[in-house]
Design a protein around this ligand. Structure first.
Ligand code: FPP
Length: 247
């Protein structure tokens, strides 16, 4: 079981960046313009995370289900991702931010995979700031991938199911070298988790913001962190036990 932590500052924040389409529609703009505004906000929040001394930030940028959107929107999202990687790779190196990606990368266009890999390699030695993009990500797919990889290890005699515990199994998840998220934020007033980090968020705090993602700026982000600081995380213990641990 994770240790009950009294710290009021999250180490890892994961965000479901929802509402780009509605943000655009409310302004009479095309959906893609909402995604463009969304990318600008990604840059703001990456900066805010550093300013707030948040070590791990994970952003849900494209789900396994998002392929079912109209082709023009999918292509535009891929184009934005491509541009983001081109413009931000140098920035990440300069700011010493380590990039990771979780999801099935194989289905992304080759040019994007190459840029991702180059940035991952160029930033792999940084450890203070960590940005993870969830791309072609879905928790159920992740769990199935983990089970398949684990079953192969059993077949090779390298794993023994009777000895399996959570610590061991979690090493087969895409997030193997990431701490669990402490705080999961979803923007745009929707109260769903949409197949995002389901197992890793077992003990996370959730925060639902009314702003659509392009409007969820630094101040709104600071509000979310303030709300987190007021929560008491119990990890199955009683409130009294937690208080006595932290005194
Ligand atoms: C949800 O809004 C958002 C997405 C499906 C994509 C998120 C993508 C970005 C913020 C831009 C690309 C990211 C990077 C890192 C380059 P929605 O379209 O579902 O909004 P709606 O629910 O209002 O329609």
């Amino acid at each position: 079981m994770p240790e009950a932590k009294p710290e009021s500052h999250p180490r890892h924040v994961a965000i479901i960046m929802d509402g780009n389409g509605r943000w655009a529609q409310r302004r009479g703009l095309a959906r893609i313009e909402g995604h463009e505004a969304g990318v600008e906000n990604v840059k703001r929040i990456v900066e805010a995370a550093r300013e707030q001394d948040l070590r791990y930030l994970t952003l849900y940028a494209f789900s396994v289900e998002n392929w079912k959107r109209p082709t023009t929107e999918v292509n535009a999202l891929m184009q934005l991702l491509d541009q983001f990687l081109s413009s931000q790779s140098e920035e990440m190196i300069q700011k010493e931010i380590r990039l990771r990606v979780i999801g099935q990368l194989g289905k992304l266009p080759g040019r994007i995979r190459n840029k991702i890999q180059k940035t991952i390699d160029a930033t792999a030695h940084f450890d203070r700031w960590n940005l993870t993009l969830a791309l072609n990500y879905g928790s159920r797919t992740e769990i199935l991938d983990a089970v398949k990889a684990y079953a192969q290890e059993i077949a090779k005699g390298r794993e023994k199911p009777r000895q399996l515990d959570w610590e061991q199994f979690s090493q087969y998840l895409y997030t193997t070298d990431l701490p669990d998220p402490d705080l999961v934020i979803r923007t745009s007033g929707e109260h769903r988790v949409s197949n995002f980090l389901l197992l890793q968020s077992a003990y996370a705090e959730y925060y639902f913001a009314d702003e659509c993602w392009p409007d969820f700026g630094k101040e709104a982000f600071a509000e979310a962190l303030k709300a987190y600081a007021c929560r008491q995380r119990r990890f199955g213990l009683t409130g009294e036990q937690i208080l006595s641990q932290s005194s």
